[in-house]
Design a protein around this ligand. Structure first.
Ligand code: SF4
Length: 445
């Protein structure tokens, strides 16, 4: 089906919006060629933008815009439509970090890197400026095959050099059908021994155009999740699997960092946070953010049916040491309740299959009944499932099937993250096209 596309915004507007969310794109260039890179194998009409290394003067001007969020300043993570490459390939990377720290002495600065271009001098600077890293390591034993790393020993030495100097997390895209599970386990152990404070293991997501998509589709997510839990027990650091497979918004603590304020306050993995500042909390995200944003928050928690109370002795915005999955932003949820008028009319919520049980749980807690449907990705195909990668084409296909069964809805909710700030999906098609073709009002949330 041909759907009308609206012209893309200017690069200045895209950069401005990224920066208002605390994201600072530096360059789309990368020195690796990962077989799982999301920058390759997109359908032809997928709208992504590549940028050369940005000029230092331009970055200096735009640093002032990183004010729209209180969260970390993020470099090198692909969360917008601007293709993120390897930030350390930017020739002025050290100067950029110095400028950032000068402007934002207290903000967390987080850089995602493949670690191949680190060196002792740069590690010293990262340590001095208290910059955090997300090291996308992926494999220790198959680096050339998986990432195109021509100097694997040197990259691994760089990661070992971070230990005790730079706070970092490690990430692994699990490709057991290429590397075997032993390599995933060895990579996690290597990261822990090198000083990583936590490890993320990610399920591979490949579009139908990727030669390995069938292998990725047969990837056993439950097996991988329990493998990650076993690793967490062995390594005694947080090992978080993505997607987490959560089916409720119950504020469960996944892990508590050693020697952290939360550990000293007595909180343990598996505890459920019930109140923060004597206020009942509904979701993980709500509990986590309330604790993060307050000084010495009083917290009530449930451990196997017994209620406890404690005070987490920490400063405002200082990390508590609690590790919890992200689920629902409560402010956005209440805004959706108001805008959709879900208490007075039947709303159809179209989302990813992954988010469906979480939304259903939140609806039940709020005493609301409405239909929630998981939408498969036709545009990307393969084993792509994330709500942010769904398109108007996918929503229309799902809607016509549901409407064909005779259900009536006053409005349809589509996931906001599938659209850019101008309401355009990854093909440049506006959500208004969905309204025109379905005849239903859309509320983004
Ligand atoms: S290091 Fe990151 S940006 Fe570079 S090829 Fe690999 S996944 Fe893509």
């Amino acid at each position: 089906m041909q759907l009308a596309r609206t012209p893309p915004p200017s690069m200045e507007a895209l950069l401005y919006h990224a920066q208002m969310q605390g994201i600072l794109p530096l360059t789309s260039r990368c020195n690796m060629q990962c077989i799982f890179c999301s920058n390759a194998y997109n359908p032809e009409t997928c709208e992504v933008f590549t940028i050369p290394p940005r000029r230092l003067e331009e970055i200096e001007d735009s640093i002032l815009w990183l004010t729209g969020s209180r969260g970390p300043i993020v470099i090198g993570e692909s969360v917008t439509r601007i293709t993120e490459g390897e930030p350390l390939t930017h020739p002025e990377f050290p100067q950029i970090l110095k400028l950032l720290r000068q402007h934002y002495p207290d903000r967390i600065i987080r850089v995602t890197t493949n670690a191949s271009l680190l060196n002792p001098e740069l590690i010293g600077l990262l340590s001095e400026l208290e910059v955090e890293l997300m090291v996308s390591l992926n494999t220790v034993g198959h680096r050339e095959q998986v990432m195109g790393d021509k100097q694997p020993e040197s990259t691994l030495r760089n990661v070992e050099g971070l230990g005790g100097k730079v706070r970092f997390e490690g990430s692994i895209v699990a490709l057991p059908f290429v590397t075997g599970w032993d390599d995933v386990s060895n990579t996690a152990s290597f990261l822990k021994e090198s000083g990583a404070w936590s490890i993320r293991i990610m399920s591979p997501g490949f579009s139908r155009l990727h030669p390995l998509w069938k292998d990725a589709a047969s990837f056993d997510v439950d097996e991988a999740r329990s493998f990650s839990q076993d690793l967490q027990k062995d390594l005694k650091i947080p090992v978080l699997f993505e997607p987490p497979g959560i089916t409720s918004v119950t504020p469960v603590v996944e892990h508590v960092l050693p020697r952290s304020p939360a550990r000293r306050a007595g909180i343990r993995p598996g505890d459920v946070i019930t109140e923060v500042l004597r206020r009942r909390v509904m979701t993980r995200t709500e509990a986590f953010e309330l604790i993060r944003d307050h000084e010495k928050p009083r917290v009530a928690y449930d451990r196997q049916g017994v209620l406890y109370e404690t005070v987490i002795n920490k400063q405002r915005f200082q990390p508590s040491g609690l590790v919890m999955y992200d689920d629902l932003d409560l402010e956005a949820w209440f805004e959706w309740e108001r805008e959709s008028r879900v208490k007075r009319r039947r709303v159809l919520v179209l989302t990813s299959a992954l988010a469906k049980p979480v939304i259903e749980d939140a609806l039940e807690l709020r005493g609301l009944t409405t239909a929630v449907e998981g939408v498969p990705s036709l545009f990307f195909g393969g084993n792509i499932e994330a709500a942010g990668l769904l398109t108007v084409r996918d929503f229309l296909a799902a809607y016509s099937e549901i409407a064909g069964q005779g259900s009536e809805f006053g409005a349809v909710t589509l996931p906001k993250r599938a659209f850019d700030p101008w309401g355009r999906d990854l093909e440049g098609v506006s959500y208004k096209t969905f309204e025109q073709l379905s005849g239903k009002a859309v509320v983004l949330a």
